[in-house]
Write a protein that binds this ligand. Structure first.
Ligand SMILES: [Cu+2]
Length: 126
């Protein structure tokens, strides 16, 4: 009787699996989010501030910026480094940056009026 119960469980999973994927093809082909990597830095933009407003990265080491807008459209802009990433309202975008020169750089939101309202911070490269 034990083996029969096992079989029923297996069939149950198989049916649930088919229903769950709804015919969108093999679940193995579903793109997976990249696993968290060291050097991932989350920054949340909301009017009118960045949280955190101070970000540290290591020179010559790729840093993964995970930029989230908590409200409206923003940008993450660093003029000296040629970085200008749009962050659509309510979305999270990731941007890899590698800076090869130590120093303190200013980042800000380029949406008119946002920087003036306080959407700026410093990017420290060590
Ligand atoms: Cu903004």
């Amino acid at each position: 009787m034990k083996s029969l119960i096992s079989l029923v469980v297996v069939i149950g999973f198989a049916i649930a699996g088919c229903g769950g994927y709804g015919g969108y093809g093999s679940p193995q082909t579903t793109p997976q989010a990249a696993p968290p990597v060291s050097g991932e830095i989350g920054v949340t933009a909301s009017y009118a501030k960045f949280q955190p407003s101070r970000v540290e990265v290591n020179k010559d080491k790729p840093a993964h910026l995970k930029l989230t807008s908590a409200d409206t459209n923003h940008t993450f802009t660093v003029d000296e480094l040629g970085i200008n990433v749009s962050i659509p309202a309510g979305k999270t975008v990731t941007q890899e940056i590698t800076v090869n020169k130590t120093g303190t750089y200013s980042f800000y939101c380029a949406v008119p009026g946002h920087r003036q309202a306080g959407m700026q911070g410093s990017l420290e490269v060590k």
